[in-house]
Design a protein around this ligand. Structure first.
Ligand SMILES: [Zn+2]
Length: 270
């Protein structure tokens, strides 16, 4: 388990699971947390309970959306705490972002190469987790998350901080021209070196490599979040399949890790 401790002093915990320590076998070995990947149902539920035990949060708090590579943001209320933990049908429909102002709701999203984004305005007590693959990224999922945090939950742009988690890196993520074309509008105002850090062609293969973490970082900064409060993980999920599930490296047959965030009972200044 990777824990990002940046916001602990505000009572906000953020983490990302690794693939070890669970009950699933074969391609899903072993801490698979995704219900939609044809793993044994009972193993996934037990793995979800193991994760909750490890972080000391009740299983009843674990809340999932039904992710669709879109930009819809669902603001989770107390009456929705625990949705989606047992079945996909019960998950919060067609959302790739969960936001809440409530305490003790474990916002959870599942990943295998896509980028986990976490946001917080600790003064307003607003937290978010977003699932950003290339489609969600170019459709503006980071922008939409921040908009909802501000307009519906009382967050303020100048107080929002962000963490970008483990995902497929520019080292491994080869993309075709269709993806590159979709990325281009987001690069319009950037200098040449920054663009090269986001998308470049490999000297060896001439294929295009996209760094989705850096692209999301630039998008978040372009919205107005200070670069000083945007943290980026250096972990590439495709480089290290002993620690991480990788959809790309394992040709689609693999499990899912969870990115999670929760605001605990610690006092929050308003
Ligand atoms: Zn890599």
């Amino acid at each position: 388990m990777i824990e990002f401790k940046h916001w602990n002093e505000y009572g906000i915990r953020v983490g990302f699971t690794e693939r070890t320590g669970g009950l699933s076998t074969e391609s899903f070995s072993s801490l698979n947390l995704g219900l939609h990947v044809s793993d044994e149902y009972n193993c996934v539920i037990e793995n979800r309970k193991l994760m909750c035990t490890e972080i000391g949060v009740p299983f009843e708090a674990m809340t999932f959306a039904d992710q669709v590579h879109g930009v819809h943001v669902h603001v989770v209320g107390m009456n929705e705490r625990g949705r989606g933990r047992l079945t996909i049908e019960d998950a919060l429909a067609k959302a790739d972002v969960l936001v809440t102002k409530e305490k003790d709701i474990l916002l959870s999203a599942v990943f295998a190469d896509c980028v986990p984004l976490w946001f917080a305005d600790h003064e307003a007590g607003v937290i978010a987790v977003a699932h950003a693959g290339w489609r969600g990224t170019v459709a503006g999922v980071a922008k939409e998350t921040i908009r909802v945090m501000i307009e519906q939950c009382g967050a303020r742009l100048e107080r929002i901080e962000a963490i970008i988690g483990p995902s497929i890196g520019g080292c491994c993520y080869e993309v075709d021209q269709k993806v590159a074309d979709a990325v281009m509008p987001w690069l319009a105002d950037l200098d040449e070196n920054t663009i090269k850090s986001i998308i470049h062609s490999s000297n060896l293969t001439d294929r295009l490599h996209l760094d989705l973490k850096q692209l999301n970082r630039q998008i978040i900064i372009s919205i107005g979040v200070s670069p000083k409060v945007v943290t980026v993980s250096s972990d590439c999920t495709s480089c290290d399949t002993a620690r991480f599930y990788s959809h790309r490296a394992e040709h689609g047959r693999t499990g899912r890790m969870a990115g999670w965030i929760i605001r605990t009972e610690t006092e929050v200044v308003t």
